[in-house]
Design a protein around this ligand. Structure first.
Ligand code: TMP
Length: 207
């Protein structure tokens, strides 16, 4: 099985940039790797993503939101993540199940037990080998955005603060699985810290 690495963080934390940089670095080292993201990464996921992020639309209940993210995740796992891991590829995923814990659980206030059940079902129990959290004050992250576009970015600051707290709590509960990086550091420094950790986990590089 390949290595499964996921990126997490609040709005504007720079995780998509870092996920791409890590994927490029792996490719440069001739390590077979794929980069994917949530919500999306499949045709079904892209359709779900559009309806979830749309700015103006009929309202989406927190419960419906949970199942839509889970549906996108279930499809991604079956269609993309598991087959790639089976082939021994490293899979980098920009957001995964902890986004649901942080956003729908801590942000929206849905039951964390229910979220764990739904996540487990959607992922078929698959857990990342490493979760990289790019931690940033929500005010700073939101200020990095030129325009607040989707339903999540437009949430009030207290929502984003709960999301951040949720991430930090999850990371503190399992420090072996999580790598928390200060996202206010320069991009290159963040990439170095990440690489230090990832290279230890890659059998070809650590030996
Ligand atoms: P992004 O493409 O900017 O990361 O946007 C995805 C948005 O969806 C982001 O605001 C976080 C949110 N989200 C959830 O609320 N729950 C989830 O499970 C996932 C994957 C994303």
């Amino acid at each position: 099985m390949g290595l499964f690495i996921t990126f997490e963080g609040g709005e504007g934390c720079g995780k998509s940039t870092q996920a791409k940089m890590l994927w490029k670095k792996l490719c440069q080292q001739n390590i077979p790797a794929i980069l994917t993201h949530e919500p999306g990464g499949t045709i079904l996921g892209a359709e779900i993503s559009k309806s979830l992020k749309r700015r103006r639309e009929s309202s989406v209940s927190p419960e419906a939101e949970l199942f839509l993210f889970a549906a996108s995740r279930a499809q991604l796992i079956t269609e993309v993540v598991r087959p790639a891991l089976k082939k021994g590829r490293t899979v980098i995923c920009d957001r995964f199940s902890y986004s649901t814990v942080a956003y729908q659980g801590c942000g929206r206030g849905l039951s964390l037990n229910m979220i764990e059940l739904v996540n487990d079902f959607a992922t078929q129990g698959l857990k990342p080998d490493l979760v990289i959290l790019l931690d940033l004050l929500p005010q700073e992250g939101l200020a990095r955005k030129r325009e607040l576009m989707d339903r999540f970015e437009l949430e009030e600051l207290s929502f984003h603060c709960r999301v951040r707290e949720g991430y930090l709590k999850a990371a503190a509960a399992d420090p072996d699985q999580w790598l928390v990086i200060d996202a206010s550091l320069p991009r290159r420094r963040i990439a170095e810290i990440m690489w230090e950790k990832v290279s230890q986990l890659l059998p070809d590089l650590s030996s």
